[in-house]
Design a protein around this ligand. Structure first.
Ligand code: KG4
Ligand code: ZN
Length: 341
């Protein structure tokens, strides 16, 4: 390996609407470049897969070049390539896996197909001074919500519970549409809720008697009915009360998982981890209980290439075999499998 014993890794992420490339040396972040097609989808109220795939194709060469420039390295210096191989939009994933395979084969370097979901959690490892230790992971994104026991990012992660219907981010996006807010709905609700009273409306907390599974469909119906019955509703109160219901249930279950496993460390990752109320309430509750809270910086909560690069770097360090050439992209994949065979 070049210059240092730590692997220099380039990671590519294209599972949804972000074309993203990250470069790390070991667990040290050198570059994180993101081109988003979000504005092209906004008028459709959701991500249009064909538009996302086309945008990835167009953006990919420049995003790779920019990341190499920022990291002050050349393609020939890279020791290993990583790519989000699933879950995600299949056409979008294929642009990433094709680009990464082309680079790896062309430069005769190993390629790792990584799980997009586990890499959301692994972004927590992006600080070489921080010891790697077990944690409970609350993974909350647009497509997935689960509670995970993370013993080791690359080799041992176990799902404890997951949503049985909508993902947390999906619930934010759907309620935002009811409130006639812009897409993506999460940040829009977060902003509107600042001016609202989170105790104004007592929206239901789903699946309170199940340990670690979530359900957001009842909450969605309750908000929808409330808006129908209350045409002059104070929208900021609705946003704040809805947000409080989601955040409360996510944290109650994540903290219960810490107690059950005896793990006193909580990682919150995925797009919804950018939510300001989730971060504030998590800080409050974990401080009272003496649980260490690990939340990525805002820019690393939503999809990015740094998470793929660090996940790959951890796999290299763990001695995991690279994925096979012709690596498959999968639209659905369990979080339990961090690296593709
Ligand atoms: O992880 P991510 O970027 O993409 C997926 O893998 O799904 O997550 C995107 C989701 C969207 O549903 C978006 O509305 C939500 O994360 N999100 C937020 C916030 N920022 C992004 N939800 C609540 N509050 C936010 N500040
Ligand atoms: Zn994601």
């Amino acid at each position: 390996m070049n210059q240092s014993s730590e692997p220099l890794v380039l990671g590519i992420e294209t599972s949804c609407d972000e074309t993203a490339v990250g470069i790390v040396r070991g667990r040290h972040l050198l570059a994180n470049v993101i081109a988003s097609s979000v504005e092209e989808h906004a008028r459709f109220g959701g991500v249009v897969p064909e538009i996302a795939s086309r945008a990835h194709l167009e953006a990919m060469p420049a995003v790779i070049q920019e990341a190499l420039k920022i990291a002050k390295v050349s393609l020939n210096d890279i020791d290993a390539f990583g790519v989000s191989a699933g879950p995600g939009l299949i056409g979008a994933l294929l642009v990433g896996t094709s680009a990464a395979s082309g680079l790896a084969v062309g430069l005769d370097k190993p390629l790792f197909g990584v799980n997009h979901l586990s890499s959301h959690l692994a972004v927590d490892a992006l600080d070489e001074t921080k010891p790697l230790r077990p944690a409970v992971g609350l993974l909350v994104s647009g497509g997935h919500s689960s509670i995970i026991q993370v013993n080791d990012f690359a080799t041992d992660i176990r799902v404890m519970g997951a949503t049985i219907d909508d993902a947390a981010g999906e619930a934010f996006d759907k309620i935002a549409r009811l409130l006639e807010l812009d897409f993506p709905g999460g940040p829009a609700i977060d902003r509107l809720a600042v001016d609202g009273n989170s105790h104004a409306i007592d929206f239901p907390r789903g699946l309170q008697d199940s340990d670690y599974n979530f359900s957001f469909s009842g909450l969605k119906t309750a908000v929808s009915r409330y808006l129908q019955k209350t045409p002059d509703a104070h929208r900021a109160d609705v946003a704040a009360s809805f947000q409080e219901a989601v955040v409360d249930v996510l944290l109650s279950k994540a903290i219960a998982a810490c107690a059950a496993t005896g793990i006193d460390s909580l990682i919150i990752a995925g797009g919804v981890a950018a939510n300001s109320r989730l971060r504030a309430l998590a800080a409050e509750r974990t401080a009272i209980l003496g649980i260490e809270l690990r939340t990525p910086p805002l820019a690393l909560c939503t999809d990015n290439g740094a998470m793929v690069a660090v996940m790959t770097s951890l796999a290299v360090s763990a001695g995991i075999k690279p994925s096979q050439t012709g690596l498959e992209a999968l639209s659905t994949a369990s979080v339990n499998q961090p690296i593709w065979a």
